[in-house]
Design a protein around this ligand. Structure first.
Ligand code: ZN
Length: 230
């Protein structure tokens, strides 16, 4: 499944919110294009997430965080009309997991919210940060802030919760529009990326651990060279 196909597929539907663009002509734009090209080449997804030689890790993480934000936004956009305070009164992942929202501003204490509201606040919170040049510098001459790593961990940890909610509560809708292969590819890419750079704590990944075992079977050739021909 090519990434271009994936994006075109979801652009037919309505978008939850506008897409964040990576400015054309910048170094990071060429890195973004490079990452897309390798995804489209059909090579092992686990390999496509590895940092290309000579590239800066923060640049690599920045383009992926923006890309995952856009793609998860599109995925949620396809189910959001089925996600309201009646269908999903809490931000849950089955009966075992419930997420509470806190942002240190409007919600100082962790607060139970309907999933739609939680995801809306979560996306706003991420959007604000990826559009803020003091967090995500646009020019590659401007250094990343020291807080960039922890911030990206928090962004990806929160984005993962959208996957949890969509997979556990709205996968019927994804199947109804034949989007499961697209969503699974996006999930695998996200999972390989986050685990390659330890950006999400293992306990946060628990709600989807069984599904991940079934889905994420691409072999890591850098760790396992596989059978050799003698
Ligand atoms: Zn829902």
């Amino acid at each position: 499944m090519s990434l271009t196909g994936f994006v075109e597929f979801f652009q037919k539907g309505k978008t939850f919110r506008p897409k964040k663009r990576i400015n054309e002509g910048t170094l990071r734009y060429s890195l973004y294009k490079q990452a897309q090209a390798s995804l489209n080449s059909g090579i092992n997804l686990r390999d496509t997430v590895k940092l290309p030689p000579g590239e800066e890790l923060n640049d690599w993480i920045a383009v992926h965080v923006v890309d995952f934000f856009n793609r998860i936004n599109l995925i949620y956009g396809t189910v959001c009309e089925f996600c309201d305070s009646k269908s999903c009164p809490t931000m849950s992942g089955g009966s075992r997991y419930e997420y509470l929202w806190a942002d240190g501003a409007t919600y100082k204490k962790p607060t139970a919210l309907p999933a739609y509201q939680y995801i809306s606040l979560l996306m706003d919170w991420i959007e604000e940060r990826i559009n803020d040049e003091s967090y995500f510098p646009v020019s590659s001459d401007v250094p990343f802030p020291k807080t960039f790593g922890p911030l990206c961990k928090k962004i990806l940890t929160r984005l993962f919760r959208v996957f949890v909610h969509v997979y556990i509560h709205h996968f019927d809708r994804i199947i109804a529009i034949s989007a499961e292969a697209h969503v699974n590819t996006c999930y695998k890419h996200f999972y390989y990326f986050a685990t390659e750079f330890n950006l999400i704590e293992p306990k946060e990944l628990e709600p989807l651990v069984e599904m991940t075992k079934r889905l994420c079977k691409d072999i890591d050739y850098s760790k396992d060279p596989g059978p050799r021909i003698r």
